[in-house]
Structures are given as C-alpha cells and as structure tokens.
Design a protein around this ligand. Structure first.
Ligand SMILES: [Zn+2]
Ligand SMILES: [Zn+2]
Length: 90
C-alpha cells in the first residue's frame, strides 16, 4: 500500500484496517469506513495478478523473477480450481 491513507470509495472518509492479509498470498486488506453513517467494508488489493482462466486474484507460490528464468508461479484464489499459471516478466 502506498504512503497515502486509504479512504472510503463511497464517502471519502478515512478507514480502519479490519483484517490485514497483505502478507499472505491473498495480498489484501479488509477496510471499514470510519464514518458512522457509512461503515462501508471493502477490500484493498495489492499488486493484482489476475488468473487468466477465471479472472480472480492470484498469489505467488514460487518466485523465480530474480533468476534467469524471470518467472513467477502463481495460483489463483479460486478454492474450487486453484488454477496454477506462470507469469513471465518482460
Ligand atoms: Zn464511507
Ligand atoms: Zn483461476
């Protein structure tokens, strides 16, 4: 997440992190709006790599991007299928 505080996409108020999963392969945080009239809950997703098969977010399960092969092995968060695919760096 950048230096900018996350704000509510509905009312623009500051938000609280309800659950921080940014260090897991889901790479997301659950935020709740601090505006008592709004209390909108939403996901803030980091570095989205979408599954090319189902379009859901994915997480890196193996990172070879610093090697000659320059690729990452990703697995999507679709619990039913868990598509595994390669992401190749340019
Ligand atoms: Zn709000
Ligand atoms: Zn998938």
């Amino acid at each position: 997440m950048g230096d900018q505080p996350t704000t509510c996409p509905i009312c623009g108020a500051r938000t609280d992190i309800v659950s921080d999963l940014s260090h897991t392969k889901l790479k997301l945080q659950i935020h709740e709006c601090l505006n008592a009239q709004c209390r909108y809950i939403f996901l803030e997703i980091e570095d989205i790599i979408r599954c090319p098969i189902c379009g859901l977010n994915s997480g890196i399960i193996s990172d070879f991007s610093h090697t000659n092969s320059k690729l990452q092995i990703n697995e999507c968060i679709n619990y039913e299928y868990k598509h595994v695919f390669l992401e190749v760096e340019n």
